[in-house]
Design a protein around this ligand. Sequence first.
Ligand code: 4AD
Ligand code: MG
Length: 424
Amino acid sequence: MQEAMNKGSGVVKLRGWCYRERKSSKLAFVVLRDDTNIIQCVVDKAVVKPEVWDAAEKVNIESSLWVEGEIKEDKRAPTGYEVQVSNMQLIHLAERFPITKDQSTEFLLDVRHLWVRSRELTNVWKVKAQILAGAREFFRQKGYYEVTPPIITGSSCEGGSTLFQIKYFDDKAFLSQSAQLYLEAMIFSLNKVWALTPSFRAEPSKTNRHLTEYWHLEGEEAFMGFEDLLKFEEELVAFICQWTAEHAAKELQILGRNPEDLRKITAPFPRITYDEALKILKNDGIDVPWGKDLRTIEEEALMKHYDKPLLVTRYPKEIKAFYMKDDPQDERVVLCCDVLAPEGYGEIIGSSERETDVNILINKLKAQGEKVENYNWYLDLRRFGSVQHSGFGLGIERVVRWLCKLETIRDAIPFPRTIKRMTP
Ligand code: 4AD
Ligand code: MG
């Protein structure tokens, strides 16, 4: 359809779905949509064969059809072009479409399998596809290999509280929270690896930034230290922003995001430590006791000071995962980094340099109440050619929400899984 509009004149044949229709006794206006755009098609009873007029009279919202006719520019038409129909045929006459204007969010989620066709969501899917294409291109340019880690696992990466347990024959297993431990194993084969996998978190709270199933983009690199990790993350986020502004400008605009906002996201980004974050918050009248994690409201308050993503480093070790390396300069904290998106969209990346000392890892696992024997395979990675390494995980839907300016993360994924919902 967009191709026909770009051509601007001549006879075209288009297939799609009826987006809107309006009829009088002599004329029918059928707005046709496909993945690329919408276009108004005009059927004139005086000009077309009776069976074509019959089809035009019958067609209703979401019927599928094809039309043939002359395309021409028309400033009054919704997208500036119009097709003077010479032939039209219904492919499928739809039943009465259940979605009309002003329906509740819950109802729209109930009919999500139909709502995914809406114009707004269609634009989100297109932006998301470009975000993924940009990320893939970035890893390619950096010489990373894509790998395929498992989803069913026996060991927890991010702690037991958000683990989904499944029955696994006569045993139990978990759904992956992160591919990280497997990516760590793969760097000893391929040095630099990345993966895009679904990750699962039994998040008990209903928020605008948590899903129970989300797409996780993770990278891990051998011989990479903390400073290089931070640089890599800045470059990745900046690259995704530039790529998406370039390849999805029209869709971003329809969604209310000016692509220029994203063009301004260039590396380097501001960096502060957890300690500095607490000082900034204190100045704003928000007291966070040292050792407490930053909550959504604190992250939002912090981000009022920045218009680019912010790197917050060196959190207290008690609130971070067992695999993070202690900071040699300050034993209270670990060499980790959370990347926070601007405009209050919150954490998009969690990352760290990894602990390489097998005994420190064993002690941390014990301190967190984990069974060390569940991690024997992982500890082997520190027994056979252990090297300094670092990695990160980026929540794709968090980035989609930010770039598309979405109210809720649920609209960043076609079929959101949340505490109350696993259908459709
Ligand atoms: O910060 P997290 O928990 O870090 C990890 O899982 C590391 N093992 C990643 C790694 O180093 N390979 O999660 C990483 C990112 C978060 O920053 C966030 O963007 C996203 O995953 N995320 C979620 N997105 C949607 N819904 C949820 N419930 C999410 N939990 C985390
Ligand atoms: Mg995190």
